[in-house]
Design a protein around this ligand. Structure first.
Ligand code: NAP
Length: 272
């Protein structure tokens, strides 16, 4: 429903929705989209991969791309669970206040779909990224995966099983992005206040309690204890603008594949 409403708001004239699509069903659907018109008219059709399961969405994107050949293709956007647009909005918020190249950034709960993409985008922009998780193995896996995608990425996995480890994970960081599951506090207010180098603190969790205690869901560059704070709705406005702009971009060509980096680039072009 959410994705459909945004598509209409972005100006889509006809919306054809398919749910619970399995990888083996992709070929027929994509061929249905790309064999209908000559290549010069294929930009009028685009594919949006949404839904709530991001790894299933990633698999569908792989299948969709495998269907294309020559000029016979349509543009496609992956934003399952809002992961790409949300991570892009969070990293853009941080970039408004801190030069990302060389900055120390911590992504708390950086193993979920949003956190992984935020870490990847930060690394791509040249930040030194700590990926925190309750499990060091999970954090390592995320760092390894991003390291394979981003040449020269500076990534450090960090285990954060409790409050003192979470506090240590943001020591010396200029940026923290909390990307934990809804309703889970990851960082206590005193730990954030004690991190004197922190310039931007972003909490993506909209469900109380906050992921970073003391950040309000509506915060948008509100100064709290020396750091500029963003809450989930504070980031959400930009996320929605990026989402709409990315859908509109789909219809400018028939060969676009919009994943995390491309969605971030669209966000960079938006007026601030
Ligand atoms: P997710 O997959 O549900 O969870 C992210 C990570 O949170 C998990 O990988 C896990 O990391 C950690 N976690 C889960 N349960 C925990 C617990 N009980 N205690 C401590 N850590 C726990 O989240 P997501 O889909 O990536 O989304 C991240 C956040 O962004 C969510 O709060 C979501 O609601 C929000 N969101 C916001 C917007 C927006 O527009 N503002 C849009 C989409 C999503 P480890 O197991 O590695 O510790």
């Amino acid at each position: 429903m959410f994705d459909a409403v945004v598509a209409v708001d972005a100006g889509v004239d006809q919306l054809l929705q398919y749910s619970e699509v399995e990888p083996m069903e992709v070929r027929e659907l994509v061929h249905g989209a790309m064999f209908t018109r000559g290549p010069q008219d294929l930009a009028s059709t685009a594919i949006f991969i949404g839904g709530s399961n991001v790894s299933a969405g990633e698999e569908l994107l792989k299948q969709v791309k495998a269907c294309f050949f020559g000029p016979l293709r349509v543009s496609v956007l992956l934003d399952a669970n809002g992961a790409n647009t949300t991570a892009a909005a969070a990293v853009l918020a941080a970039a408004k206040h801190v030069e990302l190249r060389g900055a120390a950034a911590t992504v708390l709960a950086g193993t979920g779909p949003v956190g992984q993409r935020a870490a990847r985008l930060l690394a791509r922009q040249g930040a030194k990224v700590r990926v925190a998780s309750r499990s060091l193995d999970k954090a390592r896996l995320v760092c390894d995966t991003i390291g394979q995608l981003v040449a020269d990425a500076e990534l450090t996995p960090v285990e954060t099983k409790g409050p003192s480890e979470s506090a240590a994970a943001i020591e010396d960081a200029q940026i923290v992005i909390a990307a934990g599951a809804a309703g889970v506090e990851l960082l206590a207010a005193d730990a954030r206040a004690a991190a004197r180098s922190l310039r931007v603190a972003i909490d993506l969790n909209a469900v109380p309690p906050a992921g970073i205690a003391g950040i309000e869901v509506m915060d948008k560059a509100n100064e709290r204890g020396g750091a500029l704070c963003y809450g989930a709705i504070g980031v959400g406005g930009t996320k929605m603008k990026i989402h709409r702009a990315a859908i509109q971009r789909l219809f400018t060509a028939n060969n676009l594949v919009l994943d995390a980096e491309e969605v971030f680039a669209i966000g960079q072009e938006l007026p601030s």
